[in-house]
Design a protein around this ligand. Structure first.
Ligand code: HEC
Ligand code: HEC
Ligand code: HEC
Ligand code: HEC
Ligand code: HEC
Length: 196
């Protein structure tokens, strides 16, 4: 019996089973590394789409209802930040629209209590970078050039890489992003334009 056991065990160690065991160990290692790589936090990269506290849909409001972007993000034309509207802006309609919806009840509670809604930030540059919406919006660069087809998104998803190389790519040759009659040939590439 002992002899047989040993023989069988030898066979297992050297035979195809060993190969399968070794392969699956590699497989596990590769999976661990792969998942680690794919899920590493990189807030600069495309595709980031956090779940929001209230399921606000741009596809409904900016798409189907065709509300202008600046109705809610008026800051984009007159300040550094585009800004997220207060619940009061929403309540202009939602005091009468969809009042039985759990999401709208939550919205009304926040508006009545004056507590800001904890929207999760989608796009976020590191603190050492200076960005200003104004020169871009006023030069005629469309929101969608950087933010993608927001009016088709139920959940906002980061469309553009926020890497320096991406900013510079357009600054070197902004023409394709500008209206045909624009007189701008180049946007700044000097370091202190974006690092102040
Ligand atoms: C009815 C108001 C409303 C309109 C109209 C609207 N938005 Fe928004 N937008 C919001 C709210 C509220 C948020 C925060 C929740 C979210 O991310 O979905 C937001 C978030 C965003 C964000 C992500 C902000 C971040 O955290 O990085 C972008 C980009 C954006 N909107 C662009 C647009 C563009 C472009 C349009 C026009 C096509 C538009 N929005 C129209 C209300 C609006
Ligand atoms: C101009 C009017 C108007 C404004 C302003 C507006 N909404 Fe709406 N909203 C609507 C209408 C109309 C619907 C219904 C759309 C449908 O069912 O097709 C809706 C639907 C919704 C829904 C889905 C409700 C459900 O359960 O079906 C949510 C959530 C919502 N809005 C949140 C917001 C938030 C947050 C804001 C402010 C940032 C906002 N809305 C601003 C008109 C508006
Ligand atoms: C040249 C590219 C570009 C264009 C054009 C642009 N954005 Fe942005 N947007 C950005 C970047 C980059 C950020 C992140 C800024 C940061 O983290 O400081 C941002 C952030 C935002 C935010 C969230 C934070 C904030 O600024 O309050 C909203 C909302 C937004 N953009 C809406 C818009 C709308 C609406 C338009 C068009 C009117 C627009 N953007 C045009 C690049 C752009
Ligand atoms: C799609 C094209 C495009 C992209 C992408 C873009 N920019 Fe710009 N940027 C422009 C244009 C056009 C101007 C305006 C140039 C002018 O008015 O002469 C500008 C101007 C600026 C200015 C103003 C400089 C000054 O001194 O007035 C800053 C700062 C800036 N961009 C930062 C950034 C940063 C940071 C990013 C990346 C997160 C970025 N931009 C991405 C096209 C772009
Ligand atoms: C058009 C805007 C723009 C200009 C011009 C620009 N940068 Fe940047 N820079 C960025 C952005 C956006 C980031 C953050 C994203 C990233 O790290 O790619 C960044 C990041 C950096 C970092 C940090 C990289 C890291 O890994 O953390 C350094 C260092 C830097 N820039 C140096 C420079 C120097 C030197 C110049 C001039 C030759 C310059 N930048 C010009 C936009 C710009």
């Amino acid at each position: 019996m002992a002899l047989l056991d040993e023989t069988v065990w030898d066979h297992v160690r050297q035979g195809p089973v060993a190969a399968v065991l070794a392969a699956s160990a590699l497989g596990v290692a590769a999976t661990v590394l792969g998942v680690g790589w794919l899920t590493q936090p990189d807030s600069l990269s495309r595709g980031f789409a956090p779940v929001q506290p209230i399921p606000f849909s741009h596809r409904d409001h900016a798409g189907s209802m065709a509300m202008p972007c600046l109705f809610c993000h008026s800051g984009a034309a007159r300040s550094r930040s585009a800004g997220i509207p207060d619940a009061d802006v929403c309540m202009g309609c939602h005091r009468v629209t969809k009042t039985d919806s759990p999401a709208i009840i939550k919205l009304k509670e926040a508006s009545d209590a004056g507590t800001p809604i904890a929207w999760k930030r989608v796009h976020s540059l590191p603190d050492h970078v200076f960005f200003d919406h104004r020169p871009h919006v006023n030069a005629g660069v469309a929101c969608q050039t950087c933010h993608g087809p927001i009016q088709k998104m139920t959940t906002v998803r980061q469309h553009m890489s926020l890497r320096m190389s991406n900013c510079l790519g357009c600054h070197r040759n902004p023409k394709p992003a500008l209206p045909p009659d624009s007189t701008i040939a180049k946007a700044p590439e000097n370091c202190n334009a974006c690092h102040r």
